[in-house]
Design a protein around this ligand. Structure first.
Ligand code: IPE
Ligand code: MG
Length: 245
């Protein structure tokens, strides 16, 4: 099947139902370093290819009609890597923020960044703020990048807000204190590179998410892999603790 999009057509794999996409998809993009090492390249080449693929997959997600996609871009723990690598990641993020806004607006993609990104170097944080402001009016895909994000820190921050307000929380009201305020819970989380763990990604928000692990490293993850993950999700039987309906 093909989906006509203006003068472009995209190939849809058999069986995938674009009316039953996850409301909120999370991606742990992993394996950039190993992808580069396997090719005899420096890790920085892997991160560059990783950002390139993030661009491609974001456009594809918006073409498919996804509403929310959240990508684990930089964890708080990643900052413990050697200074060279961390500086390189900051540069890539800043460049992305400065250069991609126009294309995001053209595609009606709203860019959102969650995490303690304000603790990063000032030029990175200000580029993020500006990119968010420039895409605020967009109403298509909400593309959230988790940058200097940790799931436990997200929860602790929310708890402290609740404590200060002196009001007891409920499961629902607590959600509005998290960085993901206003977004639906995650339905599906994809992790590349063969690792099968959560690594402190949106731990509260993914309580009922389905998981999809793929051996390929993030820079090689393509549109077909993306669709296969979505199809696998559609073939699962989600019961939310109840019985089969
Ligand atoms: C994912 O790739 C990108 C970031 C975490 C910034 P990695 O850098 O974790 O790549 P591997 O896991 O070392 O191969
Ligand atoms: Mg990794």
């Amino acid at each position: 099947m093909t989906l006509a999009l203006g003068n472009k057509e995209i190939k849809i794999i058999p069986g995938l139902d674009l009316n039953r996409l996850p409301k909120h998809l999370g991606i742990i993009m992993d394996g950039n370093g190993r992808w580069a090492t396997a090719k005899g390249l420096p890790r920085s080449a892997g991160h560059k290819a990783g950002i390139e693929n993030l661009r491609k997959m974001s456009v594809f997600a918006s073409e498919l009609g996804l509403s929310y996609m959240t990508i684990f871009t930089l964890s708080t723990e990643n900052l413990k890597r050697p200074k060279d690598e961390v500086d390189n990641l900051f540069n890539l993020i800043r460049t992305y923020m400065n250069e991609d806004t126009k294309q995001l607006v053209e595609r009606d993609i709203r860019l959102n960044v969650i995490g303690a990104y304000k603790d990063l170097p000032g030029d990175v944080a200000s580029a993020i703020d500006r990119a968010m402001a420039d895409t605020r009016h967009c109403g298509g895909l909400t593309l959230t990048l988790a940058v200097n994000y940790g799931g436990r820190a997200d929860i602790i921050r929310a708890v402290n807000t609740a404590v200060k307000s002196g009001t007891e929380v409920t499961e629902e009201s607590f959600k509005d204190l998290l960085y993901t305020k206003g977004m639906p819970d995650l339905d599906l989380v994809i992790r590349t590179s063969g690792e099968q763990r959560i690594s402190n990604f949106l731990i509260y928000q993914l309580a009922y998410a389905e998981f999809y692990f793929i051996k390929k490293h993030w820079p090689s993850f393509n549109k077909k892999d993306f669709q296969e993950a979505l199809l696998a999700f559609q073939q699962r039987n989600r019961r939310f603790g109840g019985v089969k309906s």
